[in-house]
Design a protein around this ligand. Structure first.
Ligand code: SAM
Length: 299
């Protein structure tokens, strides 16, 4: 009951340039480039993120990099509980202030890349899949997304702001120059969709690149069946490691794999692929078939 009363009283107020400047001035905050700090100052973009994330009062939300707490306030107003992990010590007193009316928002001062997120999800979310929402610091986009996807952490969806180019890479298939290991990894674990395109003037300071909000809806079961997922991702990495080479040469030269030329030829033939096929032309389902062909050789 107490929590509901508090939630009714607490109204998000951050989300425009004026309020952001007020907070920054009050704390004489100095932006740290190395932490990828570009704070969101556009209420329309915030509304789009919140609508897509579809947060309800039973949800546990993990926010990565709350900054001064703009998105955090909005998340806390909708969610049951929010844990926001922030690396910059200078932002901790700011967040204590801006989140004081949101008792269901907890700030953890830590580097998200060093945390055991599976344990965090188990402790905070009581077994329910959590929702991850963030305006990500761009320098950690790939490592943090791979950690969230690969570690079998119970997650319902990931709704994040990323660099526009990276969002594109996550969504495309064969035939696009942006198609690569990240596309396949994301598409094995989740269904990606681009929610919004966000220009630099929606942030303070303005980033040099365009941004997109992307949502990854995590599959309960991956869309393709494969005997050895690790082997499939090794094949994927090997084939995109040397994009200009044929898949056969890519696999032969890849350090992590030790298949002989004849074994590679046999696997390609079994899958009905031409000997000079390139990895960039194969779909996820085709990589899965290839991994199964190699797995059979290892049996
Ligand atoms: N959410 C805020 C907003 O939208 O205005 C800030 C977003 S800003 C792009 C990224 C935030 O992530 C910054 O507050 C930065 O200090 C924080 N950050 C950077 N690296 C981090 C890390 N490894 N772990 C946790 N937070 C990090």
């Amino acid at each position: 009951m107490k929590k509901i009363l508090n939630k009714e009283m607490a109204m998000p107020y951050l989300g425009d340039p004026k309020r952001t400047i007020e907070v920054l001035k009050k704390y004489e905050f100095v932006f740290q480039k190395r932490f990828g700090q570009n704070f969101l100052i556009d209420s329309h973009v915030l509304a789009k993120i919140l609508k897509a994330a579809d947060i309800g009062e039973n949800d546990f939300v993990l926010e990565i990099g709350p900054g001064i707490g703009t998105l955090t306030q909005h998340l806390a107003a909708a969610a049951g509980k929010v844990t926001a992990v922030e690396i910059d010590p200078a932002l901790i007193p700011v967040l204590e202030d801006t989140l004081q009316d949101f008792p269901n928002a907890e700030v953890v001062h830590s580097d998200i890349l060093k945390m055991d997120l599976k344990k965090l999800a188990e402790e905070k979310s009581q077994g329910r899949p959590m929702k991850v929402v963030a305006n990500l610091p761009y320098y950690i986009t790939t490592p943090i997304l791979m950690e969230l996807l690969e570690k079998k952490i119970p997650i319902d969806s990931i709704t994040v702001m990323v660099q526009k180019e990276v969002a594109k890479r996550m969504c495309v298939g064969p035939g696009s120059k942006d198609y690569g290991a990240l596309s396949l990894a994301v598409q094995y674990y989740a269904e990606p969709s681009i929610i919004a395109s966000v220009p630099p003037n929606c942030f303070m300071p303005r980033p040099k690149v365009g941004s997109s909000v992307i949502q990854l809806k995590i599959y309960e079961k991956p869309p393709v069946a494969v005997q050895d997922v690790h082997l499939m991702f090794q094949l994927i990495r090997a084939s995109f490691n040397q994009r200009r080479k044929t898949l056969a040469n890519g696999l032969l030269n890849y350090e992590g794999l030790s298949f002989q030329k004849e074994e590679i030829q046999q696997a390609l033939e079994e899958c009905g692929f031409a000997p000079n096929v390139r990895g960039e032309s194969l779909r996820l389902e085709e990589f899965a078939r290839l991994a199964d062909a190699f797995a059979r050789q290892l049996e």
